[in-house]
Design a protein around this ligand. Structure first.
Ligand SMILES: NC(=O)c1ccc[n+]([C@@H]2O[C@H](COP(=O)([O-])OP(=O)(O)OC[C@H]3O[C@@H](n4cnc5c(N)ncnc54)[C@H](OP(=O)(O)O)[C@@H]3O)[C@@H](O)[C@H]2O)c1
Length: 305
């Protein structure tokens, strides 16, 4: 099987690659050629949709796994054109190609498609209502895929972290080493998700879809996030506690809870973005992993590096 993996150098892409090679020949694409990732790494600006079409026609992958995205939530507010091209037009282009060629598209979306006003975890059926450009652009990507009638999975996830890239865990570790006191937002609630777990879940779902190749009944939209509901403030406390236990931090900074209104960001964030993962559990037998276990494993790797 030929697989095309985009965004291979990103948080999720780097975790997906070693799992996808178990399934077939993987060609990876990113903005820069990263030969350490794979000898089959191609350089491509994915916002150039003509080039994307040319590549798809040349490689003719059985499966396109799109882990590339415009993920700079604040930057998107002033750069909506690029955000929409990457998060909406690109998956739309891939989906229409997959439809024409009878191929499968595996794509990722976000908890930020919701307005954050709910008090119970969001199911896939819950009405969307993004409150920032990033969320709008990701939702437009979902719509472009569903409009195409190709075979697809869209996996919404939340609060992704990993050992590399730009994420909350690495930012908190850095800040804790620089400052004796930290204020962290305590009125936004969600589920942190280790990119490794998300990649494992994706691999499991893809494996099952391939096994029942002709059966499209399980295609569609799913939610996966790890199993612990928390706030950024409590998440930071967990990071410091685990990091200190592993010897990654000499001292835990004093922490102060902060309201979102006291920490104005360019893009407004949803107050509550917990995803209900029952559908993926019932359909594919996926169990959500807890925060402490995942955080410990992730930070252990950082310590080993
Ligand atoms: N991160 C989160 O907290 C979060 C939460 C919910 C959902 N998600 C979704 O999960 C998926 C994976 O996210 P992630 O955290 O792994 O993102 P990431 O670390 O930002 O990785 C995205 C990748 O896409 C690449 N990319 C962006 N623009 C490109 C372009 N024009 N041409 C070629 N490559 C380009 C990036 O390259 P550069 O580094 O060179 O830009 C990067 O390698 C995305 O669909 C995202 O929307 C993420």
């Amino acid at each position: 099987m030929n697989i095309l993996l985009t965004g291979a150098a990103g948080q999720l892409g780097q975790e997906l690659l070693p799992l996808l090679v178990q399934l077939g020949k993987v060609t990876v694409v990113d903005r820069n050629v990263i030969s350490t990732l794979s000898p089959d790494c191609l350089k491509l600006d994915l916002s150039d949709l003509n080039q994307v079409e040319i590549l798809l026609n040349r490689l003719h992958p059985d499966l396109v796994v799109n882990a590339a995205a415009y993920t700079a939530v604040d930057q998107a507010e002033n750069d909506s054109e690029t955000a929409f091209r990457m998060n909406a037009d690109l998956p739309g282009c891939m989906a229409r190609w997959a439809e024409r060629n009878g191929r499968f598209l595996f794509h990722f979306s976000t908890d930020y498609v919701f307005d954050g006003q709910a008090s119970q975890p969001y199911t896939e059926a819950h009405e969307t209502g993004p409150i920032n450009i990033y969320g709008e652009s990701k939702l437009a990507g979902e719509w472009a895929i569903t409009a195409s009638k190709c075979r697809f999975i869209v996996l919404r996830t939340s609060w992704v972290y990993s050992t590399h890239g730009s994420n909350f865990v690495l930012s908190m570790l850095r800040l804790a080493r620089e400052r004796p006191e930290l204020s962290v937002v305590s009125d936004q609630t969600g589920c942190p998700t280790w990119a490794r777990n998300l990649a494992g879940v994706s691999r499991k779902v893809i494996g099952q879809l391939l096994k029942y190749k002709t059966n499209a009944k399980n295609d569609g939209l799913y939610h996966y996030c790890d199993g612990t509901i928390t706030t950024w403030y409590e998440f930071a406390r967990s990071i410091f506690s685990v990091a200190s236990g592993l010897g990654l931090l000499d001292e835990i900074p004093r922490m102060l809870p902060l309201q979102s209104s006291q920490y104005p960001q360019i893009a407004v964030r949803p107050g509550f973005s917990v995803l209900d993962t029952s559908a993926i559990r019932e359909t594919f037998g996926v169990e959500a992993v807890g925060l402490n276990e995942s955080l410990t494993a992730c930070l252990q790797e950082i310590e080993d590096e």
